[in-house]
Design a protein around this ligand. Sequence first.
Ligand SMILES: NC(=O)c1ccc[n+]([C@@H]2O[C@H](COP(=O)([O-])OP(=O)(O)OC[C@H]3O[C@@H](n4cnc5c(N)ncnc54)[C@H](OP(=O)(O)O)[C@@H]3O)[C@@H](O)[C@H]2O)c1
Length: 414
Amino acid sequence: MDHKKLTILGSTGSIGRNTLDVVSRNPDRFSVHALAAHSNHELLARQVEEFRPALAVLFDEEAAGRLKELRPNGGRTAVAWGMEGLLEAAGAAEVDQVVAGMVGAAGLLPTHAAVSAGKQVGVANKEVMVLAGELMMNLARQTGAVLLPVDSEHNAIFQCLNGEDGAQAERIILTASGGPFLDLPREKFISITREQALRHPNWNMGPKITIDSATMMNKGLEVIEARWFFGLPPEQISVLVHPQSIVHSMVEFVDGSVLAQLGLPDMRVPISYCLSYPERLPLDLPRLNLGAVRNLEFREVDHERFVCLSLALRALKLEGGVPAALNGANEEVVAAYLAGGFPFHRIGSILEEVMEHLEQELNPAGPTPAVKERPDEALTPGYLKHIATVDDAVAADGHGRKLALRIISQAANT
Ligand SMILES: NC(=O)c1ccc[n+]([C@@H]2O[C@H](COP(=O)([O-])OP(=O)(O)OC[C@H]3O[C@@H](n4cnc5c(N)ncnc54)[C@H](OP(=O)(O)O)[C@@H]3O)[C@@H](O)[C@H]2O)c1
């Protein structure tokens, strides 16, 4: 494998830090061209000091100013900010591979820039695939970009499909830990605290994905991500609860054979596979001992308690910009929840209202949703029916956010 130059978008987050850990274990294989984050200038300064990239970017201009003042790497690293800086980091000619490790729809344009520039792109930032998965896959075919799934479930499927003709896959089975409330009775959801929701039993991740895991919206977003990554229709993608997070996902082939990828839950494994693909690199981490694990348990999802998963499946059925709109709404609702806006169980009910509204917009003859105001647009906007451009994805995302914010503020005023 040749030496690769990397850009890491979201380097200060959980995926970014794990990626840098893999890089630091393989200095002969990887070096860093650019690191990018939102505003954590102190951690970014330490990362710049250690990895000596040519470019460091913070979305927040003021934080970028503070980073500049710190003069990490003796001032030899250029500092940029804003979307322009992120696009420069993602599309730079020197870069072989981009790790899309930002959280949320904010990663859409930088990831799009990397795909447009024909890079290898390790995609952790699943919201990008939810917003514009079909567009990204089509664009990659045109530019020669290679999209590699970092998400552990998709990485598992990717590994199971390796060397197989994708058309021979009859079904992919995404496993789900079920999050911290897997066994909590529905009537107790009302008393869930933020601290409990932020404590995932198996994975240590950023706050947004941790809440999405607790509501199981995360699994819904992953079904949408899988639909585009692997080009399978929704009915060939299923979800199975597996509380131990050892079987990361499975593929069932047309002959009934099922292949699974197993391992301890550690994101450095799928990250390393994406960085070294199509090779594997030695990785000195604790090994899976099935004798010690003893039980691998599987069960069906309880859709009554985890409504967010069903909402994502409903959005996927409608396709077009509806998944993007639901994703945008979810980002707003989770941010408001984390800011202390309402109790945990309201996340699902607010998003249900958003979904009802979107369905009404696409099918005005259907039942009227509970939201009192009509949307600003008299006709269904085109981006809800079809995402043809990245601007459509941005518009659909914004549409969902607006709906969610309206419902949240109506609820606050009643
Ligand atoms: N963590 C996991 O194990 C895991 C597993 C599978 C998939 N994923 C996916 O990977 C993505 C990242 O998750 P995470 O857990 O690593 O999140 P995280 O710990 O919250 O980190 C998010 C990163 O994105 C940066 N960021 C946020 N908004 C930005 C913006 N507007 N411009 C530039 N940078 C921005 C943050 O910078 P600051 O630090 O400066 O705010 C931080 O570096 C998510 O889409 C998640 O669903 C994560």
